[in-house]
Design a protein around this ligand. Sequence first.
Ligand SMILES: [Zn+2]
Length: 121
Amino acid sequence: MAEPLTDAEHDALAAKLRELEAGLEGQLRSATGDGKPVALDTAIGRVSRVDAIQQQQMVKATRDRAEGRLLQVRAALRRVDDGDYGDCAKCGEPIGFRRLDARPETPFCVACQAAAEARRG
Ligand SMILES: [Zn+2]
């Protein structure tokens, strides 16, 4: 079972979350310009049109991931404000510094995360 966070660990992770939030917000702002629809009737070759669509889908996938992570980061920052950060949102056990250091926005402990992923299949 993981140990609860020390004050220093808690503060370091909170600072990391704020950095992540700012970084993701910047990433999303800069990605918006690439999300313009492809003009399918533009007189470009078929292959490059397919390339453009594929590239656009990749940009969108990247942006969706960043948006999803930003939501998690913000939820984690709310838990910091509420004093709940560091405890699993499901079972309430400490998540542990090593896990949070790798992914500070994670709301679940290893066991609950594994259970959720097993359910998803
Ligand atoms: Zn848990």
